[in-house]
Design a protein around this ligand. Structure first.
Ligand SMILES: C[S@@+](CC[C@H](N)C(=O)[O-])C[C@H]1O[C@@H](n2cnc3c(N)ncnc32)[C@H](O)[C@@H]1O
Length: 452
């Protein structure tokens, strides 16, 4: 029941964190969500907004602070979601992620008997991102790069992104300065005017190679040659400058057309000893050090044998398939994004790997086709996007009778839903290992093992 008025000040204890890292305080069972408030803290809270079932509050004063609080947190990181749990100490972040997985497995999959291992963490919990996708907008008459305030498209100018590779921050800022100098107009979402929408920068963690992509509303960029010269002179490790034209006015980052403005259409990087070509639209895990640990765990869970036939579903540029190829007889990969499949084929060649076969297609239809063709996998790796696995995929994959299914997930909720579906088809979840690919943020990654 809501008996509160806007701007009321109440003293409350914070009892929990939402999966997105907001504090939860309850008064007479009515919950308030409060930014920058941690469990165990007592706060004087200003009531900001109330609805039928819940409200929002703001901390006015900390009466008692949590031992898990980091002092001097930059509120921009919380407000924009760039680093929405950076006010938690790192060990507490790892516990928070383990608890997320346990909670969702218990609530959604009704599984209380699964041992969720401690989250695998890293000492490099800032400056780890190898990719930035930065919106460009006009703020107070000036071209700015930054991040949108949560649940809005209001750009907050940001210069230090905390979790991005420092050289990526420098490239973004220098590109912003060039856009200012050459008066390239930023996109205006309401008026639908302006040219430059976003800057994407990727930097190979091991190779240092950089790709800059300018995402624009039209093809023609005034004085682009001068921009390219200035960028490549300042950052000699830029090996690729791309342009993506996105004429739509929706939220999709990319349009269909990519153009090379300078150098190659890909960067190269290394993971677990293999070299990869990665082009603009292809998926590449943003935290290379932890992705290598994740793939290594996936390999350990699979307990591969020399004669195994393996499927890597949702294979991207082939990172899992190529990491296991030398341990098994044959690997089949499937992926929807054509450029990623082209990268995967090239990556097999680059690393002299011959026992892999990559297909462009949907995992669900391709898995059904492989089943009909009589391909009999011993182990299936799945690494789907946030929406998890398609039901048809689970039906076909389980019908193959594979010995093990290793599921890599970036969304515990859809993972928990899929646990139930696998169990219906006779596969039991054996173990779950959260791996911290996204330190300082609420995002959780995990790897798990199912056996028949
Ligand atoms: C989380 S990424 C994993 C990629 C790769 N395993 C890696 O670690 O780099 C998920 C991939 O699934 C692809 N994808 C999305 N929907 C798909 C579908 N229905 N069938 C096959 N691939 C899909 C995406 O393009 C993306 O490359």
């Amino acid at each position: 029941m809501n008996n509160f008025n806007k701007n009321d000040i109440v003293e409350v204890e914070v009892i929990d964190l939402t999966h997105e890292g907001a504090g939860v305080a309850k008064i007479d069972n009515y919950p308030f969500f409060v930014e920058n408030a941690l469990p165990g803290e007592v706060i004087k809270m200003r009531v900001m907004k109330t609805g039928k079932n819940f409200g929002y509050g703001k901390v006015e004063e900390y009466v008692k602070e949590s031992d898990d609080r980091v002092g001097d947190v930059n509120s921009q990181y919380l407000r924009t979601g760039i680093a929405d749990i950076s006010h938690l100490t790192y060990p507490a972040q790892l516990d928070f992620k383990k608890k997320q997985v346990e909670t969702v497995l218990s609530k959604v999959a009704k599984k209380n008997d699964i041992k969720v291992m401690d989250t695998l963490g890293t000492e490099n919990n800032t400056g780890y991102r190898n990719k930035a996708q930065i919106p460009v907008r006009r703020v107070n008459g000036q071209t700015e790069t930054g991040f949108f305030r949560k649940n809005s498209h209001d750009l907050v100018p940001v210069e230090d992104f905390l979790i991005q590779d420092k050289e990526i921050d420098q490239v973004v800022l220098y590109t912003r300065d060039l856009l200012r100098r050459f008066d390239i107009k930023p996109y205006h979402e309401i008026n639908k005017t302006g040219l430059i929408r976003n800057i994407m920068v990727r930097r190979g963690h091991h190779s240092g190679e950089i790709m800059v992509t300018l995402i624009t509303t039209k093809k023609k960029i005034f004085r682009i040659d001068q921009i390219v010269d200035a960028l490549t002179e300042k950052f000699p490790n830029i090996v690729s400058i791309m342009q993506n034209v996105n004429e739509s006015h929706g939220n999709a980052l990319f349009g269909p057309d990519w153009f090379v403005l300078y150098g190659k259409e890909y960067i190269e990087d290394q993971m677990l000893g293999n070299t990869y070509q990665i082009s603009g639209p292809s998926f590449y895990q943003v935290n290379t050090e932890m992705a290598e640990k994740l793939y290594q765990k996936a390999i350990d869970f699979a307990d591969l044998k020399e004669d195994d036939v393996v499927i890597d579903a949702y294979s991207g540029i082939g990172s899992i398939a190529l990491s296991v190829a030398d341990k098994v007889k044959k690997v089949y990969g499937v992926e929807t994004v054509e450029s990623a499949v082209i990268n995967a084929g090239k990556n097999a060649e680059l690393n002299d790997i011959k026992n892999v076969d990559f297909t462009v297609g949907k995992a669900e239809t391709t898995m059904a086709r492989w089943l009909e063709e009589g391909i009999e996998p011993d182990v299936i790796f799945v690494d789907p996007p946030r929406k998890g696995l398609d039901e048809e995929f689970i039906k076909s994959a389980t019908k193959t009778g594979a010995r093990s299914i290793v599921y890599v997930s970036c969304n515990p909720s859809t993972f928990a839903r899929d646990v139930l579906r696998f169990e219906e088809e006779g596969y039991k979840l054996q173990k779950v290992q959260p791996v911290d690919l996204f330190p300082q943020t609420h995002h959780v990654e995990l790897v798990s093992l199912f056996t028949k």
